[in-house]
Design a protein around this ligand. Structure first.
Ligand code: PMP
Ligand code: GLU
Length: 395
């Protein structure tokens, strides 16, 4: 059967794919420890689940407005105002089927054939694929572990061409956990203003920031920057709600209205029941967010310290999100258990098949020589997984 050129160039998401392989091996009876997927291991808090049950009982089981229920939009803007002081109106919000879908809506609304989007590598796996699906061209600006994965503004400037329409930020970042500092955000805002670029700021990890640091959104810099920025967020990571599929985008009214029109043609509306659950998440007690963050922080501290003691592994301390992203390049070029390991993909496959730990190769994020390990799993799994890593690498 015919397959379009656009579809032909798309591969499955490697993060989702690696997690699925680990799950399949577990189903086959193997004791695999999964560091692959970025999904909190905590259960969705009980009061949120209860709200979903109540929504069903109250008959909220029909289509909602395409861009989501007004109460949820109002809760999104109220929480943003309370937490970071940003002011938006409810009609600047479009509720989607997860942050991933919000991003897909943005690219469909923004991009024409051949338009370029600046992204920062290491990048989340779905960014280039989503941009390409809409006819756009991702243009990666490399960032370096030695600079805490902060981009060099001169390189951002060099990446701008007459075809550049947007710059995509993700702070805190997947896979590095890095947080762009104020100066970097300011430089990016200036470059965006000089070249009339849209800023897309994926802030899905904004509640997962450690060491008592506060989130700084690029939209908080000044009104002009805010006016050219589209924010992306959702309940998946902050409230352990990955399966509920609720995220949103917030931005200029006209742009958001177009996103909503596209959504109304493609998916009608996000699940009504999930929207009521997300409403309970945003308007209910927030101590669950802090509790989960504290646990992630403890796990991060343990993981980074333990990795730092391993020969040939260099690991930054991620200030946010729930991934460690160690440099494992010293182990490439080795022969392990009769297998030649020259790439991060070969190493990840070896670790899965021989070591029974699933990770995601750095190459999937545009950074060969690294591995991503999620610490959204139990402390016990981290301890056991580290032991397996040592054994598999013979260190
Ligand atoms: N952005 C980043 C950087 C992510 O890691 C994820 C996780 N899948 C998302 C967006 C979207 O998450 P969701 O669709 O579950 O809201
Ligand atoms: N964001 C998570 C990850 O990077 C979930 C999987 C995905 O959607 O990529 O693992």
């Amino acid at each position: 059967m015919k397959i379009s050129q656009r579809a032909a160039q798309i591969s499955p998401s490697p993060t989702v794919g690696m997690a699925a392989r680990a799950k399949q091996m577990i189903r086959e009876g193997l004791d695999v420890i999964s560091f692959a997927v970025g999904e909190p291991d905590f259960a969705t808090p009980e009061h949120i689940c209860r709200a979903a049950q109540e929504a069903m009982e109250a008959g909220h089981t029909k289509y909602t407005a395409a861009s989501g229920i007004l109460e949820l939009k109002e809760a999104v803007v109220a929480r943003l105002r309370a937490e970071v002081g940003l002011n938006y109106d409810a009609d600047q919000v479009c509720i989607s089927n997860g942050g991933k879908h919000a991003l897909a809506n943005i690219w469909q609304t923004l991009l024409d054939e051949g338009d370029e989007v600046i992204i920062f590598a290491p990048y989340w796996v779905s960014y280039p694929a989503q941009i390409q699906l809409c006819g756009g061209r991702p243009k990666a600006v490399m960032t370096d572990a030695s600079r805490g994965f902060q981009p060099d503004p001169a390189e951002v400037r060099r990446a701008v061409t007459p075809r550049t329409v947007a710059v995509l930020l993700n702070s805190p970042a997947n896979p590095t956990g890095s947080i762009f500092d104020r100066e970097t955000l300011q430089e990016i805002a200036t470059i965006a203003a000089e070249n009339d670029l849209t800023i897309v700021s994926d802030e899905i990890y904004r509640n997962l920031i450690f060491d008592g640091r506060q989130h700084l959104s690029i939209a908080m810099l000044d009104e002009e920057t805010k006016a050219r920025t589209i924010l992306v967020d959702g309940v998946s990571k902050s409230y352990a709600m990955t399966g509920w599929r609720i995220g949103w985008l917030i931005g200029p009214r006209q742009f958001v209205a177009k996103c909503s029109s596209i959504q109304s043609q493609q998916t009608s509306a996000p699940s009504s029941i999930s929207q009521y659950a997300a409403l309970a998440a945003l308007t209910g007690p927030q101590d669950c967010v802090a509790r989960m963050r504290a646990q992630f922080e403890q796990r991060r501290n343990f993981f980074v310290k333990a990795l730092g003691e391993l020969e040939g592994i260099k690991c930054n301390t991620p200030p946010g999100a729930f991934y460690v992203f160690p440099d494992i390049s010293a182990h490439l070029g080795r022969n392990l258990a009769g297998r030649q390991i020259d790439t991060s993909l070969q190493l990840a496959e070896y670790l899965l098949e021989e070591g029974l730990i699933s990770t995601v190769p750095g190459a999937a994020f545009g950074a060969e020589g690294f591995l991503r390990l999620s610490f959204a799993c139990s402390a016990e799994d981290i301890k056991r997984g580290l032991q397996r890593l040592k054994t598999a690498l013979g260190i």
